[in-house]
Design a binder for this molecule. Sequence first.
Ligand SMILES: *Cc1c(COP(=O)(O)O)cnc(C)c1O
Length: 642
Amino acid sequence: MPSTAKGHGREWTTADATTYYGLKNWGGRHFSADDAGFLQVHPLGDHRSIRIHDIVTEAIGKGYKPPLTIRIQDLLRTRVVELNQLFDEAIQDESYGGKYRGVFPIKVNQLREVVEEIRDAGKAFHYGLECGSKPELMIALAMHKDPESLIICNGYKDDEFIRLALFGRKLGKEIYLVVEQLSEVPRIIQISKKLGIKPLIGLRVKLSTMGEGKWASSSGEDAKFGLTSPEIIDATRRIKRAGLTDSLRLVHFHIGSQVPNIQTIKKATVEAARFYCELKKMGFPMELLDVGGGLGIDYDGSRSNYESSMNYTMREYARDVVYNVKTVCADADVEVPDLVTESGRAIVAPHSILVTEVCDRISKKSVPPKKTAASKKQNPVLRDLNAILENEHGSSPLERFHDSQQKREEANNLFNLGYLDLRERAQADAIYWKICEELSNLSKNGSYTPEELESLPAMMADQYVCNFSVFQSLIDHWACDQLFPIAPLQRLNEEPEVDATLVDITCDSEGKVSKFTDVEDVRQTLKLHDLKPKEAYYLGVFLVGAYQDIMGDLHNLFGRVNEVHVFLEDDEEDGFYIEDSIRGFAVSDVLGFTQYDGHILTRRMKKQIDRATKDDEIKPREGTRMLDEYAEFLRGHTYLAT
Ligand SMILES: *Cc1c(COP(=O)(O)O)cnc(C)c1O
């Protein structure tokens, strides 16, 4: 952590902000602070940059207020190009005899504009698509244009799924049905016979190498996917017997998402390459090894094997896959396969930024309690609490903490029994919080902190109320404890002096963010700036483009947020333009999902207003206005309008 201006008489600069918010750590070449204290994104990782605050301002001008998802489309392209180039480089450096033929797994972000951008960015590399369900296959079939790129079909497959994939074969697409369950083999054989279309078949192997990290259960003996080695033997027999020997060409594995440790990836690659070699030796015309997903994102920037990080780079990943497959094949004297990866998270996470506005602040720190008028005798419990505050007995911090807890409980009991009035109860609470604040400051500055006092800074932190829903926009944080980097979009040249946690606007106590990324460990609070009246304070949540980007739910009926898609543009003054915008849900949309019809609701309101008007409870003009506003709010946004 940077030394603060206060402690060292030194001005806080944007360099301090860069360090504190970890911009270079999780953001690599893509995020920085400019001299005026604004956070900027570098979509191509070079000098060209866009102030995120400018995007927000322009979006608001177009009627798209935060909460706002900003997609930096050029950053998405950059990731696609990077992955392909790094594999091509590794293949050259290793003099590897095969090609790289990556695919994007649609499930990681299905939004049309995202899939289109990825497909277009990958065109030069014949980058393909992966799908795991019928709807995703339908997207893949229609969106896929390049006959030299692959479509890989994973996931559970019914007969309709298999038929659809075979239609793709008829259209000249190189589309693989990857067998996840043994029972799919006879069905693939039967349906392809019936349609007279030869399938391309892959086998997903259940590796003994266990994944690591949050999504480890995608692999290993208990995984719900893939074939065990006896099942593979069984599958190959059936395929041979059906005269489809020529169809089996691919081995696939997927050890789970966000693999933090490169050793896991190396081990899995070696094991899968062994399966590949054995199948080739059994006489199948094997040509592809698909190493699935798992390529991580360094959310906390620590370059460690902690679950929100990764101890390797994309370059290292590409090299290790290429090198290990090459070595295994050389040992087995088998020609190397073309390599497929299904990296999703690593491609899409960085391009999406969630912007939320801080709309309120909840603080336990109240104004210093006023002493009761001398005329009134002070309750002994208040006197005792004050004595702890003044530390009249020269006690240790831990003693003072225990004493104050005891006295506060006493005060609450006295209040419940009627011996303390509301004013006195308020004083007791305020003194108690004052003591906690003091102890919390002591523990922040001191070298050693007893365990019981460690939670004090988090307990005393202010809560910044942010206009968004965790359940819509940060669902992985709520559901899987996934950490995302968070930083203010402005004032990075000012020292942030408030220790804060974030709460959302849902009526759910789980709707909060109280864990933050840090290079070391996990932070319990985040330093933010004091709010200024009449000046919007925006926070950006970063690397949010994978999975949860599109998964949000309707808790409290907030639903989807506004969204803008941004492109670099040198001819524009601020270096960008907004190509597309997607409106978040209107109130009438979310009501529709729960079977309410806006017209019927309005009619019901009208009936009640008419009656109240007739009964002279409201004036006719007032009634009309109420109804107009009701109808207007139905069309309006679900989130706070201020
Ligand atoms: C989810 C999934 C992926 C994507 O994994 P990432 O870790 O996001 O790259 C790839 N392949 C399969 C089979 C998957 O289920």
